[in-house]
Design a protein around this ligand. Structure first.
Ligand code: FMN
Length: 280
């Protein structure tokens, strides 16, 4: 089911940008906080101006305000300002220029090392940490904290972009950052002031009918929704003068075609074992 606007409702620019041409009935419930979230766009061009210590502290306070499974707080973050370390991280992440150029790189960790240590200090067993469940808990905690941080940074006028490329070479990243056994860089995050000469645009998302299921999962609207999204993304690429080969569905299918499409991350289980995770 595609959603059309009510007859008298004026189009909302934030929703229009988020959904391409597809309107959405959220307009009646918007507030400044949601509008801020709607305006998210990944930023890949930064000024060299540093992120202040106060800004960093505010971003981390927001991150720590995210929910945490059983309040275990199984995440950590390494704030990297040093230009040489940033360059090495950029190299590990597939030579992404923005990783080198952004003044601050936040590397978000799934961190079982801290609770392992806490239990050891108490002389208590910690074999639960050996299970995939606790690794996944740590990854979820890190992601929730990071997304709060990204929203907070954007509210301060800063730009961000997640860097999954940090998982291309997990052992090298761990060595660079001096991580203990059982700490893993889930992703990085560039933070800095967006370069106003290279502004980023809001990228459309699929219509809500593609992702929102009422009461039971239903794939009926999927094919039409994907086709509409292909067209919205084609208009976006054209407006941004981006040379993208193929429609969104083809482009996305190529990203999952096989192990060779995973930028070295097909060996992730092996890397996690090497980093001390047992993943039982
Ligand atoms: C976990 C995660 C990892 C990502 N890794 C990268 C990356 O390595 N390099 C990059 O330029 N963008 C990366 N991105 C950004 C996505 O490409 C971006 O969020 C997506 O294209 C949607 O665009 P938007 O954020 O502007 O809405 C990542 C995003 C997420 C959530």
């Amino acid at each position: 089911m595609s959603v059309t606007p009510g007859p008298h409702r004026a189009p909302h620019p934030g929703l229009e940008a988020r959904y391409g041409s597809t309107a959405c009935p959220a307009a009646d419930a918007l507030n400044p906080f949601i509008e801020q979230l709607l305006s998210h766009r990944s930023v890949r061009a930064y000024l060299p101006d540093p992120v202040s210590e106060a800004e960093l502290a505010a971003i981390i306070a927001a991150a720590q305000s995210a929910a945490s499974s059983s309040n275990l707080n199984l995440w950590s973050v390494v704030a990297v300002r040093d230009a040489d370390t940033r360059a090495q991280l950029a190299h590990c992440a597939g030579d992404q220029v923005h990783v080198r150029e952004a003044p601050l790189q936040l590397v978000w960790l799934a961190d079982l090392a801290r609770l392992r240590h806490v239990a050891a200090q108490l002389g208590r067993p910690s074999a639960g940490l050996d299970y995939t469940e606790l690794f996944l808990t740590a990854v979820i905690d890190a992601a929730l904290a990071a997304q709060n941080a990204a929203a907070a940074a954007e509210s301060l006028g800063l730009g961000t972009v997640y860097i999954g490329g940090m998982r291309n070479q997990p052992e090298q990243v761990a060595t660079l950052l001096g991580l203990p056994s059982e700490a893993f860089a889930v992703f990085g995050m560039c933070v800095g002031r967006p370069d106003p000469t290279k502004p980023a645009a809001v990228k459309p998302r699929p219509a809500q009918s593609v992702v929102l299921h009422h009461e039971r999962y239903c794939q009926d609207p999927l094919d039409a929704g994907v086709e509409a999204y292909n067209q919205a993304m084609a208009r976006f690429y054209e407006a941004q003068q981006m040379k993208v080969h193929g429609t969104w569905d083809v482009h996305s299918a190529k990203r999952i075609a096989g192990p060779e499409s995973l930028s070295g991350r097909d060996r992730l289980v092996e890397a996690l074992h090497a980093l001390g995770f047992k993943l039982k």
